[in-house]
Design a protein around this ligand. Sequence first.
Ligand SMILES: Nc1ncnc2c1ncn2[C@@H]1O[C@H](COP(=O)(O)OP(=O)(O)OP(=O)(O)O)[C@@H](O)[C@H]1O
Length: 228
Amino acid sequence: MIQFFNVTKVYKGDIYALKDITVKIDKGEFVFLVGPSGAGKTTFIRLLFREELPTKGQILVGGRSITRLRPKEIPFLRRNIGVVFQDFRLLPDRTVYENVAFALQVLEVPPKEIKARVEEVLARVGLSGRAHLFPHQLSGGEQQRTAIARAIVNKPRILVADEPTGNLDPVTSREIISLLVDINRLGTTVIIATHAWDIVNSLKKRVIALDKGCLVRDDREGVYGYEA
Ligand SMILES: Nc1ncnc2c1ncn2[C@@H]1O[C@H](COP(=O)(O)OP(=O)(O)OP(=O)(O)O)[C@@H](O)[C@H]1O
């Protein structure tokens, strides 16, 4: 479902963020992407939803080359990929409900359907009673749950998260990762870039390790490998 073929990304200033990465992630997998700061994790994720283009190599998502998409085809790729960030990126002047609904409004989903789908997804992330609150009235964990609800409300086939627990305490971090595991159990491919070594070590999921832009490890039931 996701394939990187000899992908290299060089940023301005001759910075090799990724070097010759070849990797395949199947439909329905749960993958941790680990590695020290600057290893290339964020770059990997940005390439995946075509926020950046590779300097060399090819990336396929669902059998299609995403490096060759025309600009007007990019929204179709992004409909299949939900993205969650460390800093939540919620709209501060909209409620939980409105933040999630907005993702469907831009796709011109009919209002009646929006209401049903937002209510369903908020129940799924455990926020039914918090729908009317604004982001500043929520805990960090609740803000991240809102961001996850927004990312999955359109039922994407892939969910990527870039350090989703980076701003959260250890207990809340575990809850958020559990939620992502639940989402994966229902069939969504989940890819998480993280420094949370204790969580990675306890879950025994696939671990892809990057270091200085190189893929240095790919283990089926992996561990973090070193302390952050
Ligand atoms: N837009 C950019 N322009 C120039 N260099 C960049 C850019 N984005 C990332 N880099 C560089 O590419 C390398 C990989 O960065 P990346 O953010 O992908 O690493 P990371 O593993 O996500 O790090 P962290 O764990 O600190 O978030 C680093 O050397 C970084 O400084």
